[in-house]
Design a protein around this ligand. Structure first.
Ligand SMILES: [Zn+2]
Length: 316
């Protein structure tokens, strides 16, 4: 399998990032602490990832895009995370992020939370991914661990991925409590970086926990829309929205500025150990919300199978 693929080197100075993030987050949260720490062991609760860290040979990859989902679905757009790891020159990569579930295996559409150690010469791949769908019985969220029923490494249509060697190492810890501004946690970090770095894109990925509070989330319907979705209003009618409760384990991937690759600049999905998962929009409890995150800057940005025809809706 081969997809058109483009690679760009990113700005990734650690110390500068710290100072910039600390200052920017202060405009949006009452309590902010940004520091460099050793990555906590991500094999432990609540993360339960198949690897210990998010360090080593870091990359961001955006695969496909919203134009493959709407106006109407393009069912040819199916991918395999083991193949994507090879495309980004990191077979064996640990990959996390946000995308559309592998309908080619599941037989329906869903929100996908990739958490995968891909195949290498030395390792069998491990799929720790989750997917969330709308429970046909009651319309509520149904979150499942992918590997409980399925054994492939598929994903589909669109994915925003952060890849690394999965090693322990230094990461940027971000604690933010009580939201005083309008921006969600990820948008605040991203816009802060955009303001500071301008046309030199910075990309980051990792994981954060919503420790307290609730978030607004969405889950896509199991059936792709049969009538064309051509505006944000139409997309919002099609999606199902929920409020979901902490603790939530989020898988953020963001890039400060699009260097002209039709990027989705930020995309965060989350799972939990209490049956809730989906696409993160923002917290709905500014007075009590608490975020704790671990981030790594990406060394490279890859754009895989960029849609030729594009549009601007459905990117929220
Ligand atoms: Zn999403």
């Amino acid at each position: 399998m081969w997809w058109p693929n483009f690679c760009l080197m990113l700005n990734n100075s650690f110390v500068c990032l710290l100072l910039v993030l600390q200052k920017g987050l202060k405009d949006n949260f009452a309590d902010v602490q940004v520091s460099v720490v050793d990555c906590p062991d991500l094999t432990k609760e609540p993360f339960t990832f198949p690897v210990k860290g998010i360090c080593g040979q870091t990359r961001i990859a955006e695969v496909g895009g919203v134009p493959y989902l709407m106006p109407l679905v393009n069912k040819k757009k199916v991918y395999d995370l083991n193949e994507i790891a090879k495309e980004i020159k990191l077979p064996g990569a640990f990959i996390l992020g946000a995308g559309a579930g592998p309908f080619q295996t599941l037989g329906f559409n869903s929100e996908f939370m990739p958490v995968v150690q891909t195949a290498s010469e030395h390792n069998h791949p491990v799929n720790g991914s989750y997917f969330a769908r709308i429970n046909p019985a009651d319309g509520k969220c149904l979150l499942e661990k992918y590997s409980q029923k399925y054994h492939d490494f598929g994903c589909a249509l669109l994915a925003n991925l952060f890849a690394s060697e999965g090693q322990p190492g230094k990461v940027i810890e971000v604690q933010a409590k009580r939201r005083t501004g309008q921006l969600n946690f990820v948008t605040c970090m991203r816009q802060t970086l955009e303001k500071h770095y301008g046309n030199k894109p910075v990309g980051m990925g990792g994981t954060f926990i919503v420790q307290k509070g609730t978030v607004k989330a969405h889950i896509m319907p199991a059936e792709f829309s049969s009538c064309p979705l051509t505006s944000d209003e139409a997309v919002n009618k099609w999606l199902h929205f929920y409020e979901m409760k902490a603790p939530l384990v989020c898988l953020p991937v963001f890039v400060s500025k699009d260097p002209g690759l039709d990027l989705r600049l930020e995309h965060t999905h989350f799972f939990s150990h209490h049956g809730e998962g989906g696409h993160y929009h923002y917290d709905t409890t500014p007075d009590t919300v608490e975020y704790l995150g671990y981030f790594s800057p990406a060394q490279f940005l890859y754009r895989i199978d960029q849609p030729k025809e594009t549009h601007a809706f459905g990117r929220d």
